[in-house]
Every structure is written in structure tokens, then in C-alpha cells.
Design a binder for this molecule. Structure first.
Ligand code: HEM
Ligand code: SF4
Ligand code: SF4
Length: 531
């Protein structure tokens, strides 16, 4: 799969970089494709309710009432009809791009299989809702769809009598079938909404609303499109005639020429095989999962921060089981954990100032412990010298500062920037392991683990626990969110940061040491000083 994923990922990163430049991360549509899917769903629902007021479900009336909306009441019902169509098209585009992006960025394996598989089922519902909508207009395109769809369904031996027979002549086609279609066109989106909700049940803080500017801007675009190119119908369906030239909606109806030319059997194989393949993708090929986070009860005080910060709902609180004087303890559901380490960065007991024998956090990644990260920082500091020594903490998914070829920089890798407890920055500076600390990770507005960099922003801005302590000299800290393709940007920022470090006063390092050794600090630090 890598041969597919890599070019797709770089294409997305390249495009997203341009959108960042023009719109900024907040309004970058690529960072909220799922949220835009939701947004377009609501536009489709609202416009659909409006046009349903005018829609008549009888056989010729379905067509005539739609024509009334389009031509007589073009200024309101007509615009609503167009919005309904274009927002549905936009929804398909968003959903398919969302699928490709989750795939390209490898966000569908492990605990994420659930969102992926439920996502696959939305595809059938989105397309069925669109197709039944086209059918309702009862024009020549609807006639074509009706015949091709029923022939496609008839290929499966599930109906006693072929349903395509309904469309042989007008006399065979009764209003009850049409009422059933109307019911389906309402029931399918309702079920889709339920699946959209279900789709998010294994993630927390799901972004379901795009930024206001983006929402208003895209709605305005759809509105202008509705005015400039209103949705119109073909001629009324006539079962006695074969439909001639048709204007297809290629977002929804691309499968119909395939049914016509390659046959219903081929299309079933394509749709069924494609769905099965998509469902199996999270396990193709089987990949070794990293071990899930584990709770160490001796160090867990039941503060609930890990539960609050976990983006995948993998941690819960339960009544204490070890008799410790706390009400609750954290428990991890390994099947939902993606081993991002964000909970470790939230745990107040992951303090690097503690003595080596004691440095076990309340929650830890078994294959990347807090003690190991601290040891790595010490080891990394050894070869550094001068006034611009840097230790960079960075995640596996952003731009890798180690590959930039910057002198006097040592890199300590993390699973996610959100794994970094702010006290590590304090530790590196006050222990004089380096003159400056860089924290880097995925681009702003997007994070491989969904919200790791958002939590880091809050912690470093002292708006979210665990906060960066006030005594940390912020001029010695550089936070940079950059993708693997943003090497030049990170290089420039770090080089400028090093230049600023060189200009800082000489005695500053000594001041930093005093902070710990003579400082008014908490108990943990006193024990470290003793160590
Ligand atoms: C109606 C269609 C869909 C809507 C409205 C929708 C919406 C969303 C939203 C809002 C999120 C949360 C994004 C975040 O806050 O990080 C999400 C996550 C996700 N979606 Fe969809 N989605 C849809 C279809 C799909 C499809 C077709 C797939 C792929 C087959 C898919 C795969 C995923 C995955 C894997 C995640 C989890 C991402 C992560 O764990 O980082 N979705 N979706
Ligand atoms: S953040 Fe740490 S101390 Fe707090 S509940 Fe979670 S594991 Fe326990
Ligand atoms: S590592 Fe922690 S934050 Fe990440 S999914 Fe597992 S429990 Fe949640």
C-alpha cells in the first residue's frame, strides 16, 4: 500500500501548503473534510425540507411541481433546489477526499479501524440518497436511472418478479412505487445521519463544524453557483421513448454508464468487491501494533487528565482497586488505544525532575517510557557545545528536525508532540542540557493524532494543564508546526532561533541553574536536587 499512500500523502501536503498560504490553517478545507461533510449534509437537509413543501409525489405532479419550483419560484424554491443539488455534490467530493486523506495519512489502522469501517458504509448511503433524489424528479434522466437501477437490482435473485418491469410502460408504473421512493429518499439520509454519528463514537473532540469563515464562504459559493447555473430538469419522463442525450451528474451517476456498457454483473462485482476491499484495508497487510498505554497504579492519583486529553476515548476512570486514598483510577482499553502518548503528556506524575529510580508516570507507553525520554535528552546533550545548543523534541509525523543538518542540535523523538510534558522543557533548560528547546510536530490545524499539537499550544500558552511553568524563559523555547515537506521553513526558523540564543546574555545559563538548585520549587524538585 505504501506505493499508493506516499504519493497521495505528498500531493495532499503540497496542496494543503498552498491553501495554508492563502487561507491560513483555520480556513484550510483539507483540515476539516469530515466537518465539511457534516456541514453539507445540513445544507442538503435544510434545503430538502424546504423543497419538500412544494413537491408533489404523484406521477406527472412530481415533474410539474419540480418545474414550478425551478421556473415560477426560481428566486426561492428554485435556489433551494439548486442548493440541494450542489451541496449534495459537494458532500460527495468532501467524503471521497476525506477517505483518500485518511488513507494517505495512514489514519485508519489499529484502533481507528472503527471510524474507517463505519465510514465505508456511509458511501453506500450517500450514493443511494443522491440516486433516489434524481429519480424523484421524474424527467428523462430519472427514467434512465430508474431503468438502469432496477436492471441492476434485478440481477440479484432477490425479487420474485423483475422490478424493471414497472418501467416498461406508464400503465405498469403506479404511484405507490413512487411513494416508496419518496420514503427511501427521506429514510436513507436519516440513517446516514445515524451512521455519521456512530462513525465518531470512538474519537473525542471530533471536529464536526468547519470554521465560521469557511462555512460562510462555501455557502456563498454554492449560492452564487445556484444563481448562475440553476439546477434544471430534462424533459418529462416518457416510458414509451428511450431517453436521448442526458446531462449526467458525474458525482452521483458515474456508475450508470458502467452498468449500461459493462453489465449489471460487472457493476455488482465492482461495487461489492470495492466495498469489501475498503473494509479490509485496515488489516491489509497486517501490521504489528505498538503496545497500548499502561497505567501504573502506584503513580496514578486519579486526576482524570489522561481521560480528558486522550483523542481516542481509550482511557476511562473506574473506582479505585488498590486501596490508595484516591476515589478513582485510570484504565486503558487497549483495543481503542493508538499509542500516541498524548495521555503521558497530560499526566502530572510524568515529571522529569524526579529521581531516576522513581521516574515512572501514572500512564506510560511501554515502548517509550518517560524515563527513556529523559535519558535520551541527557545523552543527546553530551556532544552539544557553545551558546546555541538545542534539544528538539519532535513527533514521528511532522518535519524531522534531525534531518535538517543543523549544527549543535540534538533530536529526541516522540510519538506525538502532545506526549511532551511541559516540565521537560523546564528540565532541559534548568539542568543546562541545552540553551534552547524546540518543540515540533504536524502542521497547525492538523495533527496525525488529531489534537496533540492543539493540547501543546494550550499547555505552552499556560491555558491548559499541565502548564508550562512561569519561570521558564520563553525566549529559549521555539514551537514549530511543520510537515515533512516544510524542511526549509523549519530550517530557517531554527537557524534564526539559534542566532537569537547566541545573542542572549552570558550569565543567563547560570541564572537558569539557580532556578533549580536554590529555587522555590515543589517537593519533586527538592528530591531531584538531593539526587
Ligand atoms: C458522510 C460521510 C462522512 C462524514 C460526515 C465524516 C465525518 C468525519 C469527521 C467529522 C471525523 C472527525 C475528524 C476529526 O475531528 O479528527 C471523521 C473521522 C474519520 N473518518 Fe469520516 N466521515 C465520513 C465518511 C468517511 C469515510 C467514507 C471514511 C473512509 C472510509 C472515513 C474515515 C474516517 C476515519 C478513519 C476517521 C478517524 C480519523 C482519525 O482517527 O484521525 N470517514 N469523519
Ligand atoms: S493523568 Fe496520570 S495521574 Fe491522572 S488519572 Fe491519568 S494516569 Fe492517573
Ligand atoms: S496513548 Fe494514551 S492518549 Fe493515545 S490513544 Fe492511547 S490512551 Fe489515548
Amino acid at each position: 500500500m505504501e506505493f499508493l499512500k506516499r504519493p497521495m500523502k505528498f500531493a495532499f501536503l503540497w496542496l494543503e501548503g498552498w491553501f495554508d498560504r492563502f487561507f491560513g490553517p483555520k480556513w484550510n478545507p483539507f483540515y476539516c473534510l469530515g466537518a465539511l461533510g457534516y456541514y453539507y449534509f445540513w445544507i442538503v437537509a435544510a434545503s430538502g425540507i424546504y423543497i419538500f413543501i412544494f413537491f408533489d409525489t404523484g406521477i406527472p405532479q412530481a415533474f410539474t411541481s419540480t418545474e414550478y419550483m425551478t421556473h415560477d419560484q426560481w428566486y426561492l424554491a428554485g435556489i433551494m433546489r439548486s442548493l440541494h443539488r450542489y451541496a449534495s455534490d459537494a458532500m460527495v467530493v468532501m467524503v471521497l477526499m476525506h477517505l483518500c486523506r485518511e488513507f494517505a495519512f495512514d489514519r485508519y489502522r489499529g484502533g481507528r479501524w472503527f471510524s474507517w469501517v463505519t465510514g465505508v458504509s456511509t458511501l453506500w448511503l450517500v450514493f443511494s440518497a443522491g440516486v433516489t433524489g434524481y429519480w424523484l424528479v421524474w424527467d428523462k434522466l430519472a427514467q434512465y436511472i430508474a431503468i438502469a437501477s432496477t436492471e441492476w437490482l434485478d440481477w440479484l435473485p432477490i425479487f420474485g418478479e423483475p422490478i424493471a418491469r414497472n418501467f416498461l410502460a406508464s400503465s405498469h408504473f403506479d404511484g405507490r412505487f413512487f411513494t416508496l421512493l419518496v420514503f427511501m429518499h427521506i429514510a436513507i439520509p436519516l440513517f446516514l445521519l445515524f451512521i455519521m454519528w456512530f462513525h465518531l463514537q470512538r474519537i473525542s473532540y471530533a471536529k464536526v463544524n468547519p470554521a465560521r469563515g469557511l462555512a460562510v464562504g462555501t455557502l456563498a459559493m454554492l449560492f452564487v453557483l445556484s444563481l448562475v447555473k440553476p439546477a434544471i430538469s430534462h424533459e418529462m419522463a416518457n416510458l414509451a421513448e428511450v431517453p436521448g442525450v442526458l446531462n449526467m451528474d458525474w458525482f452521483y451517476l458515474w456508475a450508470y454508464p458502467m452498468i449500461e456498457h459493462l453489465g449489471p454483473g460487472f457493476m455488482w462485482a465492482f461495487a461489492g468487491g470495492g466495498t469489501l476491499l475498503l473494509i479490509l484495508v485496515p488489516w491489509l497487510p497486517p501490521k504489528k501494533r505498538r503496545p497500548a498505554a499502561v497505567v501504573d497504579l502506584k503513580n496514578c492519583n486519579g486526576c482524570t487528565r489522561c481521560v480528558t486529553d486522550c483523542p481516542f476515548r481509550a482511557v476511562n476512570m473506574q473506582p479505585r482497586t488498590d486501596g490508595a486514598p484516591f476515589r478513582e483510577e485510570a484504565v486503558v482499553d487497549p483495543s481503542m488505544c493508538v499509542s500516541c502518548g498524548i495521555c503521558v503528556g497530560a499526566c502530572p506524575t510524568a515529571m522529569p525532575f524526579r529521581r531516576a529510580s522513581d521516574l515512572v508516570a501514572g500512564i506510560e507507553l511501554p515502548d517509550l517510557s518517560v524515563a527513556h525520554i529523559r535519558a535520551q535528552a541527557h545523552e543527546a546533550a553530551v556532544p552539544l557545545n557553545g551558546k546555541d545548543r538545542i534539544i528538539a523534541f519532535g513527533c514521528d509525523h511532522g518535519c524531522d528536525a534531525a534531518k535538517l543538518g543543523i549544527n549543535n542540535l540534538a533530536f529526541v523523538p516522540l510519538r506525538c508532540a502532545g506526549m511532551l510534558l511541559p516540565s521537560f522543557i523546564d528540565y532541559v533548560l534548568s539542568k543546562n542540557l541545552a540553551d534552547g528547546v524546540v518543540v515540533s510536530g504536524c502542521r497547525e490545524g492538523e495533527c496525525h493524532h488529531r489534537i496533540g499539537n492543539v493540547w501543546v499550544d494550550g499547555r505552552l500558552a499556560r491555558e491548559r494543564d499541565p502548564q508550562l511553568r512561569r519561570r521558564v524563559p520563553v525566549e529559549r523555547l521555539l514551537k514549530n508546526w511543520a510537515a515533512p515537506t516544510d524542511r526549509r521553513q523549519l530550517f530557517t526558523e531554527i537557524s534564526a532561533f539559534q542566532a537569537r540564543l547566541r545573542d542572549l546574555p552570558e550569565d543567563d545559563a547560570a541564572t537558569r541553574l539557580t532556578l533549580v538548585n536554590g529555587g522555590k520549587t515543589d517537593g519533586t524538585e527538592t528530591s531531584e536536587t538531593a539526587a
